[in-house]
Design a protein around this ligand. Structure first.
Ligand code: GDP
Length: 436
């Protein structure tokens, strides 16, 4: 059985916890897109771990953790994460399979991401500067380096020389690195041209560690499907950050949709039987971009931000404060639809326990008209939320383990959300821990 766990909002829905919970019962956990630009927070018997690139099955000694060809593979971050977040906590060495076709996110992708955000100044995308947009641009431009190339010296060096010639021209012509005065060691690196030999040595330095982990992911997964193994596809970010269907251009550069696993891991489309879409009981978003139900009052927003998640709504990768808002039925219904949600996990219901009355965004109002549909970005930017308030429950629900034991008002809220998005809510989460 192949199940996907994906985000129905802007990311940070709490997918990590649901994946960790279901990862414990899975034979295979697969990452199929994105890179180290977002993080899952996982709290289990080993403590609190922030995973950015590793699949959540690393805590399950029986699971094979797959990094598919759709992932932006930052090798330096991958091995640091394996050492710092997993092995140093006493977790047994996880089983890892990395696609030989995955592309490698190079240090110069981070350099280009940083330089482009500097060039854009106040129009910057709010990138995490993890190199994601330059990485995927290179891949589509056919200027990427695939994992299997690391084992072919001549091919690799020649390829890096070609790439460096193009990129060094861009570094001087577009970013004028030759005219910059570096003020620190970091800036010195940022304003340096790419040395293909240095990049070659960088990649080759991972060879020994990488060799036993690399393989043909699609063929492995086909075999697992044939054997009836439990496979979990782990999405990063959420629907509204999808390049094609999200709030373009304030989106990510890969597809966080369950359907993309067919491409990013080589899974047959008909094999995915369940798309568990994780949706948050309120809203949050990182970086710039349309966010209709955003709480604009700074005091009210800070209150929700402080109480959100297990440590407040601050980015797992960057520590940036997240923008927060009320539950947005318009965006979430759309987000579930484009994921092809078969069921929903509603997270962080406990966070709203402090509210006497809870506003919910039921429609958007744009150009004097109310709409139930999620519009094109320029219209969303103009849209105002149509808010309705529903009663709060006003007590701590974090100890509740059965749906029937939730206070009536909390159940009413869950059922209100379920009706608004039109997808069955099969999990309700009331805390960050695996059993909550
Ligand atoms: P992801 O990117 O979707 O995996 O989201 P994160 O892993 O960044 O989750 C956001 C935060 O919410 C983390 O700190 C989680 O521990 C926390 N979290 C997840 N589910 C719940 C919940 O139901 N209640 C509370 N209070 N925190 C939760």
């Amino acid at each position: 059985m192949v199940r996907a766990i994906v985000g129905g909002n802007w990311g940070d829905e709490g997918k990590g916890k649901i994946t960790d919970m279901l990862g414990a019962q899975s034979d295979v956990v697969v990452r199929f897109q994105g890179g180290a630009n977002a993080g899952h927070t996982i709290i289990n018997e080993y403590g609190r771990a922030a995973l950015h690139l590793l699949p959540s099955g690393v805590f399950n000694p029986h699971a094979v953790n797959v990094i598919g060809q759709g992932v932006a593979l930052d090798l330096d971050k991958l091995f640091r994460e394996l050492d710092d977040e997993v092995l140093s906590k006493g977790v047994p060495t996880p089983k890892l399979l990395i696609s030989d076709r995955a592309h490698v996110l190079m240090p110069y992708h981070i350099q280009f991401d940083t330089l482009e955000e500097m060039r854009l100044a106040d129009k910057a995308y709010g990138s995490t500067k993890s190199g994601i947009a330059p990485f995927y641009s290179d891949k589509v431009m056919k200027k990427g380096i695939q994992v299997c190339e690391i084992f072919h010296d001549d091919l690799l060096l020649e390829h890096l020389q070609e790439i460096a010639a193009l990129k060094n021209a861009q570094l001087t012509d577009i970013y004028h690195i030759d005219q910059r005065e570096p003020r620190s060691e970091a800036e010195k690196k940022l304003f340096s041209p790419i040395d293909p030999k240095e990049m070659f040595d960088y990649l080759v330095s991972f060879r020994d560690r990488l060799r036993p982990l690399v393989g043909d992911v699609a063929s492995f997964l086909h075999q697992c499907i044939r054997e009836g193994k439990q496979i979990l596809l782990e999405g990063q970010l959420g629907s509204l950050k999808d390049t094609d269907n999200g709030i373009y251009p304030m989106v990510t550069s890969s597809s966080p949709l369950a359907g993309f696993a067919c491409v990013g891991a080589g899974i047959p489309p008909y094999a995915i039987s369940d798309v568990i879409t994780v949706v948050k009981a309120y809203s949050s978003a990182v970086g710039a971009g349309a966010f209709v139900s955003e709480i604009l009052d700074p005091v009210q927003a800070e209150e929700l931000r402080r109480r959100g998640g297990d440590k407040g709504e601050y980015g797992a990768t960057t520590g940036r404060p997240r923008r927060v808002g009320w539950f947005d039925a318009v965006a979430t219904r759309y987000g579930c639809r484009i994921q092809g949600a078969t069921e929903v996990a509603l997270t962080k219901l406990d966070v709203l326990s402090y509210m006497k009355e809870i506003p919910v965004c039921t429609q958007y109002e744009a150009n004097g008209e109310k709409t139930d549909d999620f519009p094109f970005t320029a219209v969303i930017d103009e849209a105002k939320p149509v808010l309705t308030t529903v009663p709060g429950w006003g007590c701590d629900i974090s100890g509740v383990r059965k749906y029937e034991d939730l206070p009536q008002a909390a159940r009413d809220y869950v059922e209100y959300v379920e009706k608004a998005i039109g997808v069955h809510i099969s999990y309700v989460s009331v805390g960050a821990g695996r059993d909550e």
